[in-house]
Design a protein around this ligand. Structure first.
Ligand code: SF4
Length: 88
């Protein structure tokens, strides 16, 4: 992955625990929903990529992934439905 390549963040909804740390590190790309789960907007600018790497590394649930923007990225648009499906 080139360092200046546009990137996207994806969230593993089964792993995310809604800590919200990622939104503190990347407030220009991540906001939190009413339950504290991240809403990601992208792609990331090269300037935000360094903070994104830190957010990925610091996520206590290892739920954030950083990928090249040109790759296929799967982001579930409804985190509440994903959490419900995860619970069975
Ligand atoms: S820091 Fe990780 S666990 Fe917490 S809200 Fe962000 S993605 Fe989810």
């Amino acid at each position: 992955m080139r360092d200046n390549a546009p990137r996207d963040l994806s969230v593993d909804w089964a792993a995310c625990q809604g800590h919200g740390l990622c939104a503190e590190l990347l407030p220009d790309h991540i906001t939190l929903d009413d339950w504290g789960y991240p809403i990601v907007s992208g792609p990331l600018s090269p300037a935000a990529a360094k903070r994104a790497r830190r957010a990925v590394a610091d996520c206590p649930a290892l739920a954030l992934k950083l990928r090249a923007a040109e790759q296929q990225v799967t982001i579930r648009s409804n985190p509440a439905a994903a959490r419900s499906a995860h619970r069975g």
